[in-house]
Design a protein around this ligand. Structure first.
Ligand SMILES: [Zn+2]
Length: 482
């Protein structure tokens, strides 16, 4: 990920000059755009201008991974633009946030320039993956030329359909290509349809992750890996842009709408998590919500195929590096995820802890009024290698007043003098893959005379085979009653 830097772009198509694909470094965020098209009249050949333009839209949609949607209503391509001081180049303004096309005598008051057939005006917003995100595009066809619609060999009248095809290539983020046979050649010729190079260019932007390795990741699992030399860069994964940071890509599928917590933890990386569809179109991202170097994506996502990208900043912001180890947990538990799962000995493990405090059963928060009724619950998903073993569960509550409390086997909270005396509150002969743990029900501060109290709750489990080693949530459930 890069720090973003508003951008405007302008492309020309020249008639009488004599084009592998070339990306201009921009991309539509979701692989699709809606064009408003309603140009009155027909070409001398009898084909309507609308039909010619829609043919060009359909070629890109049918032959590439980009989709143009059609809205058969007129939008002035110059709405929101005014002539610039020099009457040359890109007009002033940022348009009207819709995509239109029309014939015009000038470029929103600016000159077309000698021999320019058509101009695509694009507005892109700063992106954070090394490319700008295209937000709007408008196409102006130069009225100074005689236009028609026909296939094949170029004539003195200009074929509107092939010029539209070329400009739409700019509209989706392609630059000129002079080294291969392509509609994206800088000058018009006898070609009247998309060429393999044009299609490859579009698909490198919108067709998914190319040659980068994709590992699968399961829901309710943990992976530990690192970003390092030899990994794909964002630039390689997306097929363009300028982001050289390393990225690991994971795939997973949701059979139905699912609430997910996805946590990336690292002490070496400034973690960045990106969730995309299987074509790399953005769904969600986070670069800094859970902790100093961690990232957390939490939400409800529809059924479908997804890619999860573990990334970092080209220039680290809050953490030291842009290579190093990380851990990702992905869970469909609706409780907040508690990161930094730990063990007493410091060994690494792949357990996932969840827990939170709520007064309405929906929103988890960290500060309550004395009059609010507080419910606290948690769940433990043990390391998969521990499932089925004999185990004991522990609960430790630290109060800001200094007391330590533990829950005992009778379900009572007892004062603890030493942490090493902590009793288990439950034992099992076979650890399940998930253990739900209710902690507090309807606790009202005012009922117990509690005020200005901070509460931290840790949960843990140990295996009968190694009773001294307790696995617990490094970040506690934490809240205050005021
Ligand atoms: Zn061009």
């Amino acid at each position: 990920m890069r720090k973003p830097s508003g951008l405007v772009f302008l492309f020309l198509f020249l008639p009488f000059m004599t084009l592998a694909y070339n990306l201009d470094g921009n991309r539509w965020p979701n692989g699709q755009a809606t064009f408003h098209i309603d140009i009155p009249g027909t070409a001398p050949s009898g084909v309507s201008w609308n039909a010619g333009f829609e043919d060009a839209l359909a070629q890109w949609s049918e032959e590439t991974d980009f989709s143009f949607l059609i809205n058969r209503s007129y939008r002035d391509p110059c709405e929101g633009f005014t002539p610039s001081a020099t009457n040359m180049g890109f007009p002033d303004g940022f348009g009207d946030a819709s995509n239109g096309a029309d014939f015009a005598v000038d470029v929103c008051g600016n000159e077309f320039g000698l021999g320019v057939l058509a101009i695509t005006l694009s507005i892109a917003l700063p992106g954070n993956l090394g490319f700008a995100l295209i937000d709007q595009t408008d196409i102006l066809f130069n009225n100074a030329f005689d236009w028609d619609i026909y296939p094949g060999t170029r004539r003195s009248e200009i074929d509107f359909r092939r010029v539209a095809l070329h400009e739409l290539g700019h509209a989706i983020g392609l630059g000129h290509e002079n080294g291969e046979v392509a509609m994206m050649a800088a000058s018009i010729g006898d070609l009247d349809s998309l060429q393999p190079d044009d299609i490859a260019g579009a698909n490198s932007l919108y067709g998914g992750p190319g040659d980068c390795e994709i590992l699968s990741i399961g829901i309710n699992s943990v992976v530990q890996d690192s970003l390092q030399q030899g990994d794909c860069s964002v630039l390689e994964l997306y097929g363009g842009g300028q982001d050289s940071s390393f990225v690991d890509a994971y795939s997973f599928s949701l059979e139905s709408e699912t609430s997910l917590s996805i946590m990336m933890e690292s002490s070496a990386l400034d973690s960045v998590l990106l969730l995309t569809d299987n074509k790399l179109n953005g769904v969600d991202f986070d670069d800094n919500s859970a902790g100093k170097c961690d990232a957390l994506i939490k939400g409800t996502f529809p059924a479908g195929d997804y890619l999860l990208l573990a990334n970092t900043f080209v220039e680290p912001v809050t953490c030291p590096g842009n290579t190093g180890k990380y851990k990702i947990s992905i869970s469909d538990n609706t409780l907040p995820v508690l990161n930094r799962s730990r063990s007493l000995s410091g060994s690494t493990n792949n357990s996932i802890f969840h827990g939170g405090a709520t007064s309405d059963g929906l929103n988890y928060k960290s500060s309550f009024l004395r009059s609010e009724s507080i419910n606290v619950s948690a769940s433990i998903q043990p390391d998969p290698s521990h499932v089925g073993e004999g185990a004991a569960f522990y609960m430790l509550i630290l109060l800001s007043s200094g007391e330590k409390l533990a829950k005992n086997a009778d379900g009572k909270f007892i004062l603890l003098d030493k942490l090493s005396n902590i009793p288990p509150f439950s034992v099992t002969n076979g650890l399940p893959s998930r253990q739900d743990i209710p902690i507090l029900k309807n606790l009202k501060g005012e009922k117990f005379g509690i005020s200005d109290l901070g509460v931290q709750i840790f949960l843990g489990y140990s295996l009968d085979s190694a009773p001294g080693e307790i696995y617990f949530n490094g970040n506690p459930i934490s809240f205050s009653i005021n």
